[in-house]
Design a protein around this ligand. Structure first.
Ligand code: ADP
Ligand code: ZN
Ligand code: ZN
Length: 709
């Protein structure tokens, strides 16, 4: 064999302690990106080839199998970069790139009957054949695809009564169900002058391969309803026409069915969709369509950034401000950062879009503006309502406005019925036995009925218990429900109410129903403010704008601004109303700058002031924050690991400080804020590796998050 004789294999194991790659003998044609099974100690492990080497001094073992799945080499590069960038492991990052396992290949079995040559009874070819009723029924439904009945059919096949053959059968997800679209959507509408200019500028960047990476990163800053999707579509069409591929990231698929629909209608079969709502088989097949080049556009949530396309030309990040792009689990990647890296690596263009861009994006991307609504409609009128003297959840003006509106959206960022319960006599509160947090009452009933029903639930570990009849501490029967949640608000509002929050299963159906309805109120958490395009919403209400404002985090201003501006963005679309739409924002801080900027629809003013504030305080993008959380059931052990870790961390490290106990695990947090990202990340990586390798701290879990949200 010619060429390198060694493959470097990263085994796919989750332990931080196993750090590859390890050398194996190279089978013919086995290249970077190949997925292999290798002997590893006494085990056999799945792994990915991350590099090749000329020769080795050792006698090497060979892989026991080479899979027909392989990753494009650029994705391998991506995983290796990402593991370093976010202090994760290579294995965990590689795992994100592979198609789901445990489903069959891209084939199913097709069965056909073999009719006997000379049947005893011409009317019934099976008349003389020994068959039980099940077998008979099986034969009668053929020809057809096999399912659970494959083993039974195989037995009939052995008797020569049927043929069973493997056939390609793509499992195409049914996209008809993901929401309706106004108009037919197959043909491009005439762009307005702002849109046309935006498309032209993007096309100019696409057409100029000599531009440096920095200048290939664009921010489409378009007010809500300015028609950003149409700009994305036309940019994507050009890229596909030029033979390259496109990734389109949306915050959450169930909440953005319209965007997906628009892409499918316009670009057709070349669009693949990857998301967790698909079956494993569907995901695997979509993965293959992308890998083989049959599909050239992939639309979906953040994991779409890992789609196995080659010849990448454009990466679109819709609603780029959305915190959903930050992955909560492990590895804690930020899809926007990965998107920018991947675009840069491929020489592609990054196009992030938002009405309320992040200060980070404002500062680093080239801006293209869409200053007006596409339908020519006015921006809604936003009023801040001081509720410091208001009794009850809603100000009388808000009550009246809701009663008068044909269609309204009401935002309350707390799900459940009541967010905590407290004894009126002794002050006892009901907390989760595993986590140091209050239990939330779900499925409660109005206090008017005098009885508490439903269930107390922990939002962190899923613990459930029955709500109390009386106080466990003093036996008082006056147990109060506090903290209005979406369930209770939905019941208290007049008229037809649609509720949308994380407890609602079929979110896209709720959205669709509200969109199609002639009148009604959509009540829910922040997810109701995301990118939806419903015509005829006359009123938006923010019940408690202070909920995000009070949050002790340097992003609380940004979040509050975004929430109010995005909610306002849902109102007054599609015309059809005489007066401009209204938005009422209840707050106890009516002078807060983020609310004032939002009320004026002044994203520019907000972001400029916010960037200045961050500069003064040294917050991102003027620094990088890295957070390390240590976790263990035993409090002393977690403290010992955290104490040891802090000694190895950069000198600016703050902590360890206790976080609230979660899922019966004690937690300690360390935080570094530093100017040099690369140096800080590298220092944290070394510190973490030292603690992971120290036997004294075995079993303590370390979660590292760079740029925590
Ligand atoms: P954004 O994402 O900027 O909030 P959308 O892409 O949802 O805005 O577009 C808002 C509405 O305007 C949609 O109903 C869309 O169909 C419509 N629209 C977009 N571009 C045009 C256009 N050039 N002419 C007419 N309507 C348009
Ligand atoms: Zn009590
Ligand atoms: Zn809990």
């Amino acid at each position: 064999m010619f060429g390198p004789r060694v493959i470097q294999v990263e085994p796919l194991v989750s332990a931080r302690g196993v750090r590859g790659p390890f050398d194996y003998a190279r089978p013919e044609g086995c290249d970077v990106g190949a997925v292999v099974d290798v002997p590893f100690g006494r085990q056999r492990l799945r792994g990915v080839v991350t590099g090749l080497a000329e020769d080795s001094a050792h006698r090497l073992k060979a892989p026991t199998a080479v899979s027909d799945v392989s990753l494009p080499p650029q994705l391998v590069r991506l995983a290796l970069w990402m593991a370093d960038d976010i202090v994760s492991t290579r294995a965990r990052c590689l795992e994100l790139l592979l198609p789901p396992e445990g489903v069959g290949e891209r084939t199913r079995f097709w069965a056909e009957p073999v009719v006997p040559d000379a049947p005893a009874d011409p009317a019934d070819p099976w008349a003389g054949v020994r068959l039980n009723p099940n077998q008979r029924a099986l034969l009668d439904r053929l020809p057809g695809w096999t399912g659970d009945d494959l083993p039974a059919l195989r037995r009939l096949e052995a008797r020569g009564l049927v043929t069973v053959e493997a056939r390609a059968h793509g499992r195409r997800p049914d996209h008809a169900s993901v929401g309706a679209l106004h108009g037919d959507g197959r043909t491009a509408p005439l762009l307005n002058p702002d849109q046309a200019l935006a498309v032209e500028r993007i096309a100019g960047v696409l057409a100029d391969p000599d531009l440096p990476i920095r200048e290939r990163r664009l921010l489409l800053h378009g007010v809500t309803g300015s028609g950003k999707t149409e700009v994305y579509l036309q940019a994507a069409e050009r890229v596909v026409a030029a033979g390259r591929t496109v990734l389109v990231l949306v915050p959450e698929i169930a909440l953005t069915p319209q965007t997906v629909q628009r892409f499918r209608r316009r670009l057709g079969e070349t669009v693949a969709v990857l998301h967790s709502g698909l079956s494993k088989g569907e995901r695997r097949d979509e993965w293959w369509r992308l890998r083989s080049g049959e599909a050239r556009v992939c639309v979906g949530p953040m994991s779409t950034v890992f789609a196995p396309v080659s010849d990448l030309g454009l990466v679109i990040v819709d609603e780029e401000h959305d915190p959903a792009y930050k992955h909560d689990g492990d590895p804690r990647y930020d899809a926007r950062r990965v998107a920018a890296w991947r675009a840069g690596d491929a020489g592609a263009v990054l196009l992030a879009g938002s009405a309320t861009p992040r200060p980070e994006s404002w500062a680093s991307l080239r801006r293209i503006g869409l200053p007006r609504r596409a339908d020519g409609g006015e921006m809604p009128h936003v009023r801040l309502i001081d509720v410091r003297a208001t009794r009850g959840a809603l100000h009388p003006d808000v009550h009246r406005a809701i009663a008068d509106a044909r269609k309204a959206i009401v935002l309350l960022n707390r799900r459940g019925w009541a967010t905590w319960m407290e004894c009126a006599d002794c002050g006892h509160t009901w907390e989760c036995p595993n986590c140091d947090v209050s239990l939330v009452l779900h499925g409660g009933r109005s206090e008017r009925t005098g009885r508490t029903s439903g269930v107390l639930r922990c939002h962190h570990c899923g613990h459930q218990e029955r709500p109390p009849e009386r106080c466990v501490s003093c036996s008082s029967v006056s147990v109060g429900q506090h903290g209005l949640g979406t369930e209770q608000l939905a019941e208290d509002l007049p008229g037809h109410v649609y509720r949308l929050d994380a407890d609602v299963r079929d979110r896209s159906s709720v959205l669709e129903a509200f969109g199609a309805a002639d009148h009604g109120i959509l009540v829910g958490t922040q997810m109701i403010a995301k990118g939806h395009d419903f015509p005829g919403v006359e009123l938006g209400v923010v019940v408690d704008a202070d909920a995000t404002l009070r949050f002790p985090d340097f992003r609380s201003q940004e979040r509050t601004f975004q929430l109010v501006a995005q909610l306002a963005g849902r109102a007054g679309r599609g015309g059809g109303t005489d007066a401009p739409a209204r938005v009422l924002v209840q707050t106890r801080s009516p002078d807060d700058p983020s609310l004032r900027f939002a009320a004026r629809h002044d994203a520019h003013g907000f972001v400029v002031e916010e960037i200045e504030r961050r500069r003064i305080h040294g917050y991102p993008p003027f620094s990088t924050i890295v957070r390390v959380v240590c976790e263990h059931e035993d409090e002393r052990r977690v403290q010992a690991a955290a104490d040891d870790l802090v000694l190895r961390m950069p000198p600016e490290t703050m902590g360890p400080v206790p976080l609230f106990r979660r899922q019966a695990r004690y937690r300690r947090q360390l935080l570094v804020k530093a100017v040099s990202r690369a140096a800080t990340v590298a220092a944290v990586r070394d510190a973490v590796a030292a603690v992971v390798d120290d036997n004294a701290h075995r079993g303590v879990v370390l979660a590292i998050e760079v740029d925590p949200r």
